[in-house]
Design a protein around this ligand. Sequence first.
Ligand code: ADP
Ligand code: MG
Length: 293
Amino acid sequence: MFSTDGSIKNNEESKPNKKKAEVITVASGKGGVGKTLFSINLAIESASLGKKTLVLDADLGLANVHIMTGIYPESDLMDVINDKKTIEEVVIEGPGGIHIIPGASGIFKLSNISHQKRHQLVEKLSQLEKDYDVIVIDTEAGISHNVLKFISIADKAIIVTTPDLTALSDAYAIIKVIRSKKSNDNISVVVNRVSSSNEGDLVYKKISMAAQKFLNYELKSYGYILEDGITVKESIQTRRPIVIQYQKTKVGTSMKTVFCNVFNVEPKKIVEPNIILNRFSMLLENIRTKESV
Ligand SMILES: Nc1ncnc2c1ncn2[C@@H]1O[C@H](COP(=O)(O)OP(=O)(O)O)[C@@H](O)[C@H]1O
Ligand SMILES: [Mg+2]
């Protein structure tokens, strides 16, 4: 749903004959709340649902989508901003069949790009819209012009927070700015790193009540993701995505539920390998019993 003037546009009107990519922008008030981990796994889940999916690493200050996915790109978004490469040229393949546009780490903050460059970047991105079903934009923390721009072009804006009080108040602050600037009307919250479902519900209640009382806004929830340091660390170190290799873990099952909410699909039953084996041996047992009769 790209519109280069930053306004929210109905895609059916703006591009009646073209395929429409669903743009999902992931943002947060505070850094380190899990946006990148969330964005990569959301994209992989999307690809596994048969949707052609692209992740744009729009965090040029601390770009790390490529680090988390173990990719060492030759060119990145900065080359596109500086007109050294076309946007198609910097797209690379990532895990689980996703495509990635890497950000450039630590060289130059995307926040420093001019209004004109930002406008051009969104225009270039809009050229990819017809090639994908879903575009996930992983942003930098906080409320920069870029983040607001990427939120304004999104069909779904997802604000990630943790139960931590500063993360939560920063999440509220970003939602307040989005609403005051009328940048997006489809904002949902995901509470990451919770110790229990109760904590997840409580945190969502707090922020949604504040949004309702002070912003007169019905904030949606896609749910919560459980704290699971061991699995997350292992997944990042081994570069095996949580939604593929760690489906049965605390973080894996809770992430899946959140993603089903995002894509509005029924959760698939995960069949454990030993259950399949048990069924197989029961089948063999039946055959043997019948044969011996
Ligand atoms: N559910 C979780 N359980 C445990 N650790 C997590 C979880 N989600 C994220 N983390 C940790 O938080 C760190 C920051 O995550 P990251 O996705 O880089 O955050 P952001 O992109 O918001 O800065 C990760 O390295 C990971 O160790
Ligand atoms: Mg990040």
